[in-house]
Write a protein of this length. Sequence first.
Lengths: 253, 253, 325, 325
Amino acid sequence: MSNYTKKEMMALAAGRLVRNGDVLFAGTGLSMLAATVAKRVHAPDATVFFETGGIDPSLEELPLAVADPRVMVGTAMNSGLIEAFSILGHRRLRSIAFLGAAQIDPYGNINSTVLGGYPKPKVRFPGSGGACDAASLAHAVIIFMQHERRRFVEQLDYLTSPGWLQGGDSRQRAGFKRGGPLAVVTNLGIMKFEEETKRMYLAEVYPGVAPEQVAENTGFEVDISRAVVAQDPGEDELYTLREKVDPQRLILG
Amino acid sequence: MSNYTKKEMMALAAGRLVRNGDVLFAGTGLSMLAATVAKRVHAPDATVFFETGGIDPSLEELPLAVADPRVMVGTAMNSGLIEAFSILGHRRLRSIAFLGAAQIDPYGNINSTVLGGYPKPKVRFPGSGGACDAASLAHAVIIFMQHERRRFVEQLDYLTSPGWLQGGDSRQRAGFKRGGPLAVVTNLGIMKFEEETKRMYLAEVYPGVAPEQVAENTGFEVDISRAVVAQDPGEDELYTLREKVDPQRLILG
Amino acid sequence: MGEDNTLTDKIMTAAQAVERFIPDGAQIALGGFTVTRNPMAIAREIIRAGRKDLYLVCHSHGQAMDLLIGAGCVSRLEIAYGGTGRFAPTCIRFRQAVQKGTLKIEDYSNYQMSLRFLAGAMGLPFMATKSGLETDLVRKQGFDPAERGQGKVPSKKLAIVENPFNGPGDRVILLPALTPDVALLHAQYVGEDGTVRIKGLGFADLEQARAADRVIVTCEDIVPREFIRLDPDQNSLPPFLVDAVVPLKWGAHPTACHYYYDYDPRHLKLYGDMAPSDDGFREYLEKWVLEPESHEDYLDRIGVKDLLRIKADPVLGYAKGLDRR
Amino acid sequence: MGEDNTLTDKIMTAAQAVERFIPDGAQIALGGFTVTRNPMAIAREIIRAGRKDLYLVCHSHGQAMDLLIGAGCVSRLEIAYGGTGRFAPTCIRFRQAVQKGTLKIEDYSNYQMSLRFLAGAMGLPFMATKSGLETDLVRKQGFDPAERGQGKVPSKKLAIVENPFNGPGDRVILLPALTPDVALLHAQYVGEDGTVRIKGLGFADLEQARAADRVIVTCEDIVPREFIRLDPDQNSLPPFLVDAVVPLKWGAHPTACHYYYDYDPRHLKLYGDMAPSDDGFREYLEKWVLEPESHEDYLDRIGVKDLLRIKADPVLGYAKGLDRR
C-alpha cells in the first residue's frame, strides 16, 4: 500500500510537467492543485492565473471555482475574461493549461459537452467553458482523466476542444500555430503523444499499476511497450500538497 | 461693434445645438468651449467626454488637449480609447461630436490630413485622430471652420472624415447606420444641410454679417436665400463662457 | 459638471426594473460567473413576475441561470459553460432541460462568447479568432435553421473565412456580435451620480453592459458622489449606460460578492440536494422564491447566523476559514 | 505565491533597455497621448544610441514621436494624429518630414489604430469596423506596394469585405492586427514584483503592451509588493508581460504624468520655438538630448524652479493654476 492517494499522485505528476516561469491556466479541482503545488515546490516563478481574470493570487485558501473570491486576493491584477484569454494565447508566453474532460480520443481531442446527440443529448456536461480556447491557443495542454474504457474512446460524441486532431501535422494544417496536448494524467499513469503520429501512448505507470491495466481501461489500441514506472511522490511534495495547498482536503477528499 | 468676439459667438452658437442629455465628444479648442458652455448653460444633464477615455470630468480648469490631465479629474470614469470610441458609437446614445478641419466640401465631408498629394503632400496636418471615427459613428457631428474660399472647396484634397458623402442617401447606402454633419459653425454664420440633397446651405448669419459675405468666402455655390440672423449671445451665456469656462482665455484668446 | 446627474429617475425596486425593462422574450446577458456576483435577486423577481421565453446569452454561468431555467422562464440559450464548481459540476436544471430537449441551445466557448460581447460593446459586426477551428462548436448547430435571423437569433452561428492578410488556406472563425436587450449585473457600489464600481474580477460584465440596450444594476450600497469620483480609475460604468439601479443588500446571495460576502456553501448544497427532483425543485422555488414577501423576507429565511457565517473578512474580501465542504 | 517574483533581472537603465530590446529597424508602439505620459526619457536615450530606421506605430502622438522623427531615427510610421494641442497643432518635425517625403507614412484613424492594437493584444488576426468607409483613409495607400508583407509591414493596409451575417452589400473594413516588436510606456508605479499601475487615463497603452513582443516600462516610483497587491483591481499589467523596468523620476517630462507633474508649458513652447528651423532643432537636440550626461543632468538643466512649477497638486493630479498661456 502506498502512503498517498491516486488524486495526490495525479496532482503531483501533472505538476512535475510544469517548468519554472510557465504561465499556468488553472481550472477547478485537480488542475488547481497541480498548478499550485508546482509553483510551491519547484517552479516558484510560475504564475497561476484563471480564465475569470485573476492573475497570480496568493491562494492562501483553495478556490473551489475559477470565480471564487479566493482567486481575486493578493493578485498581481484583477481583470476579466478578455484579458485572461489574451494571456492564455499570448505568443511570447509558455502558457500551460490544465483541463478535464468526459471523453478523450487517441489524438488527445476532448469532449466536455455531451454524450449522445447534439443538441438533445443523452447526457449533458457543463460545456467548453474556456477549455476549447485553452486547447486552441495555449502553448501546451495537460489533461486529467479517469482511466475508463468509456472515457478513452476511438470516436468522441462531441469534439469540444482540439488536441492533435487527426494526428501527424493535422493540427498545424488546421491553422493552429502552436499548442496541443502534452500529456494525459490519469488515475493509472501518464499518457503522452508520439512525436510523429501524435497518437497517445503510455509513458509512465504509477507504482503498483501494471501497464496492461492501462490497456484494459483504454477504449482504443494503445502502445504500452515504452511505459516506465513513475517516481513516487517525495515527502516534500506530499507535505506541500497536504499542508499548504489543500489542508482542508476540499479537493483531495 | 458687438460686445463679443467671433470665437465667443462660434462656441455659443455650436453649444446651442446641444440638447440636454446628449453625450458630447469634445476635442481641443473651440469644441471644448462649445461642449462645456452648453452643459453649464442649458444642458446640465449632457455629458462631456474625450476620445482619450475621460468621461464627464469636472473641468475646473480648461484642458488644452484631449490628453490633458484636466480631463482625468472628477470624472465618472477614467478609461481609454477603446471605451471612448465604444461610447461614441453606442447605438442607444445621442452622441454629438465637435470637429475642426482644414477643408470641407458641399456635403460636409472634411479633410484634416493633407493639402496636395498623398503621401507626400504640400502641407501636412495632424491627421484624422478620432475625427474619422466620430464622423462615421456618432449620432451627429458639428464642424467648426474658418470661413475662407480655400477651405470651403468643391473637391477635397483628401477625404479624412465622412459627411453626407455625395449627398442624398449616399451615406446610408455606404453602410453608415446613422450620423452625418448637423451644422458647420464658422466665423460668419451657421451652415446646415438640405433635408433631401444633403447639400450645404446658409442657415444663419451672425449679427452684422451679410449673407453675400458668406457666398464670397465659400469656394462652391451655396444657397444663402434662407439665411436668418443668429441670436446675439445672451448675458448669461457670455458670463458663463468667460468667467466659468475659460477665465484664463486660453482658447478664447 | 454633472452636478445635476442624479439617480432620481433610475433608482427603483427589482419589481419595477423587471416590469419596465424585461418583457417576455427578452434577450438577457447575465452578469457574474458561476458562484460570484450572480444577479440573484433580479432572477428571483423575474420568476415571480412569471416571465417566459427569455433568451439567455452567457459565458460561464451558474446559479441564476439554473434557477431561471428550472422555473421555466427560459426557452433559448447561448452558452459556454453551465456549472457551479463542486456544488454542481453541471448545472442541475440546465442539464435536465437540455436532456429533455425543452431548451433551444447553442454552444460556444468562453473566449468566443466574451469576444461576441466585446464586439457588441465596441459596435463591431463580428470578431475573428482561431479558437475552436475543427471542433464541434464550429461544426454543430443547436438552433433550427428556420429560426436563423429571426429576432436576436444570429443569421449564422458563425462563419469560417480566409484571412485576407495571409496566404490562402489561413482560415479564421468569424463570430457575430451580441447586443442583448438587457444586461443584468450586481455591483458593490453605485454612486449617487449613477456611476458603477465593481470590486474584484469584472468577468465580462462590463462588455455585456456596454453591449446591451438596457442595463439593470443591483448593488450593495449607494455611495456619495464625492466618494465614487475621488478615484475614477477604479470605476466600471458611466451613469449614462445605466437604466435602473436597484439597491439590494446581499443581492447576489447565495453567490459571492467580493468584500461583502462569500458564496453560501450551505445554501448551495441545499439547492444541490433539492434541485435534481422536480418536486424538490418546486419546493425550493416555493420556499426561496415565491413565498418570500420581499428580499428582506428571503434574507430572514436564510437567517442571520448563515449571513454572518459568510460575511467577508474586510481585508481578504472572502469569509476566512469558512467551512466549504 | 509569487514571493519569488522580483524585479532583479528586469530593473535596468534606459541605456541598457535600449541596447537590449531596441535594435535598428524595430517596430515600436509609443505609449501616452500627445502631451501626457510620453516615454520621453527612453526616446532621448534612443536618439543618443543613434538608432535608425525605426518603425513607429501610433494612434495620437506628440512630443516623443516628434523628437524621434526630428532626430532621424524613424523611417516608417503608421499614425492617426501628430500634434500636441495648442503647443503644436501639427507636430513640427513630423510635418516637415512628411512634406519632404523622408518618412514612409500610412494614415489610419484613432479607433482603427486602437482596434489594431487590441487585435494584437487578444491574438486576433484582424478587427472589423465601419469606421472610415468611403474615406481616403481607406482609398489611399502610403506605403509602396513592393514593401507590402515585408517585415512588419501588413500585406494590405486593410481589406473591405461583405459582412457574412448581413445581407449582401453590407461592407465592413478589416484592419490587420498590430504586434509591435517593442512597446514603450511610462507608468506612475511599478511594484517590487514587476506589476505595473498607471494612474489616470490609460489611452491605448495596455493594448499596446499586451500586443508587443517586448515591453519597456519607465516609472516614477518602485513601490512595495504589499502596496501594489493590496488592491489589484487598480493594476494595469502583470509582471510577466514586462521585460524592462527603468525607474526614472520625471521620465515623461516635458509631457505630463498624472498625480506627479503637469506638462511643462515653458519647455513645450521652447521646443515649439526652436524646432521649426533645422538649426534650431539641432540646437535643441544638443542641449536637451545629446549633451546631458544623465537623466538627472537633463532635469538640472530644466531647473528646480520649473520642475516645482509643474508639480502636481496631490488631490487634483495636475498643477493647479499653472500658467499655460
